[in-house]
Design a protein around this ligand. Structure first.
Ligand code: PHE
Length: 351
């Protein structure tokens, strides 16, 4: 067989092998088989020098042409295979992002304290009050002194109150915002102040941190009747339209007179339930204590007299309630600490 014939054969075989290669690895084997260092065609090319001179030109030309043709064919095929292999990988890796998550994520809910705070805020906003907030880190001046506390008042003791320095503490009530709000704007003033407060106390009915809502109204001609009417509207909105309120004398340093306010029990009538048993919510008294309040003490107004709060001209009432206490009464929660345990079995009962 002449060298040219063998070259043509190899070229044809090579072309068929390239066409048959279905992936990059198979194509690489074809390249080694036909163009590799020990393959027949390159060998033939290397042997051209040993041929008789008149044969060298024709054989060399044929072998070179065959090699270049196979090289070009392999390059072209390699390009095609690379594209189809990449497409196949992309297809395989595709993620269907339209599939719904499984299981559906649980919807969250507002904590009962947040729900109760918002409910109370809504009632007072409806009565014309604005919502204000103040610092939880307070000075002794705003927390006690400006609110007319006696220098020996027991709440000032370090055993009752968290002090950061002798003059700075975690507020023990939201009442310091009474002074801050009056310093900020002249009367008439109608605000409520929700927020966290802190006391060194911990048992079934006390946690070191809890929530209050303060109320303050200062205007000309405000009387105790305005206080009672406002709190009656509040009690009926929160505990039901049949409720009554009663005021009992009490003492707070910053109100005079001071009262504690009770709302008639929503669970019984006069302390007895429908089945004539002693009511567990009001302990058979027929009344629930809901907050402390009173008429703003003239000494408190004198703290900010320059700002338009002359006690000869304006009067005010103030009140402060515990949000946890309102929520416990309304929903029959027996242990204050349930609010802070983050137990879903409790939290999920208040959607
Ligand atoms: N600050 C009082 C307390 O925490 C409550 C209160 C507020 C009483 C306003 C009277 C007026 O106990």
């Amino acid at each position: 067989m002449s060298a040219e014939t063998r070259i043509t054969e190899l070229r044809t075989e090579g072309e068929a092998a390239v066409a048959a290669a279905q992936n990059t690895a198979a194509l690489e084997e074809v390249r080694v088989q036909f163009l590799g260092r020990r393959a027949e065609l390159p060998n033939l090319l290397r042997g051209v020098a040993e041929l008789p001179p008149e044969r060298r030109g024709a054989v060399g030309k044929a072998a070179n042409e065959a090699r270049r043709a196979l090289e070009a064919l392999i390059e072209a095929r390699a390009g095609q295979l690379a594209i189809s292999e990449r497409n196949a990988r992309l297809e395989q890796d595709r993620v269907d992002i339209t599939l719904p998550a499984d299981p559906l994520p649980a919807a969250g809910r507002l904590h009962l304290i947040t729900q109760t705070r918002r409910e109370i805020e809504d009632v007072f906003i409806g009565l014309g009050f604005n919502v204000a907030e103040g610092p939880e880190v307070e000075t002794v001046h705003y927390n006690f002194d400006a609110l007319n506390h006696d220098p020996l008042h027991p709440a000032r003791a370090w055993t009752d109150t968290f002090y950061l320095t002798p003059d700075v503490l975690l507020r023990t009530h939201t009442s310091p915002m009474q002074i801050r709000a009056m310093e900020r704007q002249p009367p008439p003033l109608y605000i409520i102040v929700p927020g966290r407060v802190y006391r060194r106390d911990s048992d079934v009915t006390h946690t070191p941190q809890f929530h209050q809502i303060e109320g303050l109204a200062v205007d000309e001609g405000i009387t105790l009747a305005d206080l009672k009417g406002t709190l009656l509207a509040f009690a009926r909105a929160i505990f039901g339209s049949e409720r009554e309120v009663r005021l009992r004398p009490h003492f707070f340093p910053f109100t005079e007179p001071s009262v504690e306010v009770d709302v008639s029990c929503f669970n019984c009538s006069g302390g007895l339930t429908a089945s004539a048993e002693r009511c567990g919510i009001c302990k058979g008294t027929g009344w629930l204590e809901i907050l402390g309040s009173g008429m703003v003490d003239p000494n408190v107004l004198l703290q900010v007299a320059g700002g338009g709060y002359d006690p000869e001209v304006v009067q005010g009432f103030a009140f402060g309630m515990g949000i946890e206490r309102i929520a416990m009464l309304k929903h029959g929660v027996s242990d204050l600490r349930l609010f802070y345990d983050n137990d879903l079995r409790f939290l999920e009962q208040f959607p």
